[in-house]
Design a protein around this ligand. Structure first.
Ligand SMILES: CC(C)(COP(=O)(O)OP(=O)(O)OC[C@H]1O[C@@H](n2cnc3c(N)ncnc32)[C@H](O)[C@@H]1OP(=O)(O)O)[C@@H](O)C(=O)NCCC(=O)NCCS
Length: 164
């Protein structure tokens, strides 16, 4: 399977936040942003794997600043790292006030997407060819998050076994 570049997976989703996306005070619901993050991460991981994918988990999803009704939200995603069947996708969310042109970085998220076959079983994905210093940096950080996640899982299983 031929390796793919980060550029191959790069995906952008733009959404205008309307009244149904927000609460009565005009703040956009967190769940609306989470859904869009999941969608753009799905597109990026399908572009990398050329397979059906499922969301396995989110290692981090931060809400840095609120988003207001009437703002234009741009979500940018790309694959940070690829392993056997899973990929980490990084998502950056920016909100723009279209009247003033002011742009704010509102969210960052890292999701693990798993490529699956028609029976829903994990299936192999192409290697990621990280090229630029930024891409190599993101790949190394993704590897660190995966190592920590697996170590945490081991520790929890050991603790449960000790506690019976
Ligand atoms: C994700 C899923 C396919 C993994 O299946 P599984 O039988 O546990 O498969 P494995 O244990 O062989 O793991 C497969 C890969 O998923 C990764 N994975 C599994 N669970 C994970 C989790 N909770 N978080 C991050 N990665 C996970 C493994 O690390 C492995 O990665 P690798 O192949 O790159 O090494 C399965 O749990 C599933 O279908 N979950 C439901 C997904 C879903 O419905 N999402 C919402 C709608 S899209």
């Amino acid at each position: 399977m031929e390796a793919r570049t980060v550029e191959d997976s790069r995906s952008v989703l733009v959404h205008w936040m309307g009244p149904t996306d927000a609460n009565s005070a005009g703040f956009v619901h967190g769940g609306v942003v989470m859904k869009l993050i999941d969608e753009v991460a799905g597109v990026a991981s399908v572009r990398h794997s050329h397979c059906r994918v499922v969301t396995a988990g989110a290692d981090r999803l931060t809400f840095l600043l609120p988003i207001h009704v009437g703002e234009l939200v741009t979500l940018r995603a790309s694959v940070n790292a690829a392993w056997k069947s899973s990929m980490e996708v990084g998502v950056r969310v920016e909100a723009e006030n279209p009247r003033t042109g002011e742009v704010r970085h509102t969210n960052t998220a890292y999701l693990t997407m798993v490529a699956v076959d028609d029976q829903g079983r994990p299936t192999a994905v192409p290697e990621l060819h990280a090229e630029s210093p930024d891409e190599l940096h993101r790949q190394a950080e993704a590897q660190l998050r995966r190592t920590n996640r697996l170590a945490e899982r081991e520790q929890i299983l050991e603790q449960r076994e000790r506690e019976g």
